[in-house]
Design a binder for this molecule. Structure first.
Ligand code: CMX
Length: 439
C-alpha cells in the first residue's frame, strides 16, 4: 500500500471506532423533525446524510475539513511560481483530513500521472458518438467505458470480504481521477479542434497538464485551472452530484458507475450546467442589445424580462447558501488580478450589482446572490475557451475529487445501502386527518 492509502486507513479506522461509540451512546438522539413541506419540496434542510469531506454554512459558504476557500488559497501547496492551490492538495485534505505538505502533494501528483493512461476502447466509445453530441454526454459515456478497468467490480465478483471494499474503491478512485483530464481533453479537442489531440506532459501537475492537453499552454490559464479544479471539487453531500454518487455507491456499484450517476446529475441546468447557461444568457442579452458591454440599466431590464418569461436567471440562487458564494468571490478576485478589463468579466460584475435587489424583490427567491457558476464562464472565455457547452465537463473533472474522496470514506466506514422512506399523498392526507404532529 502507498503511504497515503495507509494514512487514510488509519484515519478511517479511528473514525469508525468513534462513530460506533457515538451510535451506541447517542444513536437515538433526534437530529431534527421532518415537515410535510420538506418531504414535498426537495428535502431541504433535513440532516439525513453524513459526508466527511466538507460542510456548507448557508452564510459563510463551504469549508473543506474546516478550511474556507481563502484559507485554502493561502495554505495549500502551489505550483512553482504560482499563486493558486494545487487540487492534489485539496484531495489529500478531503481524504486524510490534514493540510498536506509539499511531499504529500507531489506524491498524489505522481500517482495520478502514473495512472493516467486511458485505454484505447474509451476513445473508440467517444468516437462512436456523433461529434455534435453534448460534451457532458460524451463524458458520461467515456466514464462508463472506463468502468471495464474497475478493480472493485472485479474483486467483488471474485468474492471479497466487506472489510476490503474500501481498498478497491480507493484504487478505482485514484485511477479514475488520474484519467479524467485526458478523457475530457480528448472530448474537447475532438469536438472543437478538428480532433487534433495533444499528448500529456508528465512533468506538469494534474491541472497544469489538463490545461496543456486542452491546448492552453499559458501560465494564466494553468493558474485558472488550478483554482477552478480546487473550488468546484466539493459542496458537502446533499447536492445532486455528490448525493447521486453516494446513493449509487451505497448499492456497492463501483466508483465508475457511482461517479457517472453524479455526472448525469451535474449535467442538469439547475446544477452544473448553469455555467453554460450563464454564458448563453449573457450572449443572448448582448445579441439582443447589439453590444458587448450592456449598461446596468439594460441588464436590469433583461433580468426582469427573463423573470417575466418564467425562466431562471442562471448563476443566481442556491438551495442552501444565503450569501454570495465564496467560490464566486474567489473567481472575482482572480479576475481582478488577471483580467479586470475584459468586457465579459465586467458584465458579470455588473450583473452582480444589479441582479440581487431585483431577485429579492420577487419575494420568493430565497437567495438572490450569485453562485459559483455566475463567474466561471467569463474567466474561461477570457483565455479563449469560448465553447460554453464544454464548461460543465470542467466542473465534472473537479467534482470527481470530492465525491470520490467521499466514496472512499463511505466504504471505509461501512455505510449501508441508502434507502429513505417515501410516502404517498394519500398517506399524508390520512396522517393530517388523524391530527398527528404537523409543523
Ligand atoms: N431565477 C429565477 N427564479 C429563481 C431563481 C433564479 N436564479 N432562483 C430561485 N428561483 C425561484 C425558484 O425557481 C422557485 O420558484 P417557484 O416557487 O415558482 O418554483 C422560487 O424561486 C424559490 O426557490 P428557492 O427556494 O429560492 O431555490 P431552490 O432551492 O428551489 O433552487 C436553485 C435552487 C439553484 C435550483 C435556483 O436558485 C435556481 O434555479 N438558480 C438558477 C440555476 C443555477 O444557477 N443553478 C446552479 C446552482 C449551483 C450549482 O449547483 O452549480
Amino acid at each position: 500500500m502507498g503511504y497515503v492509502k495507509d494514512s487514510f486507513k488509519a484515519k478511517a479506522d479511528a473514525q469508525s471506532k468513534e462513530i460506533k461509540s457515538l451510535l451506541e451512546q447517542h444513536g437515538n438522539m433526534k437530529l431534527d423533525d421532518v415537515t410535510i413541506a420538506q418531504a414535498y419540496q426537495g428535502m431541504r434542510g433535513i440532516p439525513g446524510l453524513v459526508t466527511e469531506t466538507s460542510l456548507l454554512d448557508s452564510n459563510e459558504g463551504i469549508r473543506f475539513r474546516g478550511f474556507s476557500i481563502p484559507e485554502l488559497r493561502e495554505k495549500l501547496s502551489k505550483a512553482e511560481g504560482g499563486n493558486e492551490p494545487l487540487p492534489e492538495g485539496l484531495f489529500y485534505l478531503m481524504l486524510i483530513g490534514e493540510i498536506p505538505n509539499h511531499e504529500n502533494v507531489e506524491h498524489i501528483s505522481a500517482t495520478w500521472a502514473r495512472r493516467s493512461h486511458v485505454p484505447n476502447h474509451v476513445f473508440d466509445v467517444i468516437e462512436a458518438l456523433p461529434v455534435s453530441t453534448h460534451p457532458m454526454t460524451q463524458f458520461c459515456a467515456a466514464i462508463l467505458a472506463l468502468q471495464t478497468e474497475s478493480k472493485f467490480a472485479k474483486a467483488y465478483a471474485e468474492g471479497i470480504s466487506k472489510k476490503e471494499h474500501w481498498s478497491y474503491v480507493y484504487e478505482d478512485a485514484m485511477t479514475l481521477i488520474a484519467r479524467l483530464p485526458r478523457v475530457a481533453a480528448y472530448i474537447y479537442r475532438r469536438k472543437y479542434k478538428n480532433g487534433e489531440h495533444i499528448q500529456p506532459d508528465g512533468m506538469l501537475d494534474w491541472a497544469g497538464n489538463f490545461a496543456h492537453m486542452l491546448g492552453y499552454d499559458n501560465e494564466g490559464f494553468r493558474e485558472l485551472m488550478r483554482l477552478y479544479l480546487t473550488i468546484h471539487a466539493d459542496h458537502e453531500g446533499g447536492n445532486v452530484s455528490a448525493h447521486a454518487t453516494h446513493l449509487v455507491g451505497s448499492a456497492l456499484s463501483d466508483p465508475y458507475l457511482s461517479f457517472v450517476a453524479g455526472m448525469t446529475g451535474l449535467a442538469g441546468p439547475l446544477h452544473g450546467l448553469a455555467n453554460q447557461e450563464v454564458m448563453g444568457w449573457i450572449e443572448e442579452m448582448n445579441t439582443e442589445l447589439n453590444t458587448n458591454n450592456p449598461s446596468k440599466e439594460q441588464i436590469a431590464e433583461y433580468i426582469k424580462k427573463t423573470l417575466t418569461e418564467g425562466k431562471v436567471v442562471p448563476g443566481y440562487g442556491h438551495a442552501v447558501l444565503r450569501k454570495t458564494d465564496p467560490r464566486f468571490l474567489a473567481q472575482m478576485e482572480f479576475a481582478k488580478r488577471h483580467c479586470p478589463e475584459d468586457p465579459m468579466v465586467q458584465t458579470v460584475w455588473n450583473v452582480y450589482e444589479v441582479a440581487p435587489p431585483i431577485l429579492e424583490g420577487t419575494g420568493k427567491i430565497k437567495n438572490p446572490w450569485p453562485n459559483v457558476d455566475a463567474h466561471s464562464g467569463a474567466l474561461l472565455n477570457h483565455y479563449g475557451l469560448v465553447e460554453k457547452e464544454f464548461y460543465t465537463v470542467l466542473f465534472g473533472v473537479s467534482r470527481a475529487l470530492g465525491v470520490l474522496a467521499s466514496l472512499c470514506w463511505d466504504r471505509a466506514l461501512g455505510f449501508p445501502l441508502e434507502r429513505p422512506k417515501s410516502i404517498t399523498t394519500e398517506w399524508v392526507k390520512k396522517f393530517v386527518a388523524k391530527g398527528e404532529k404537523v409543523a
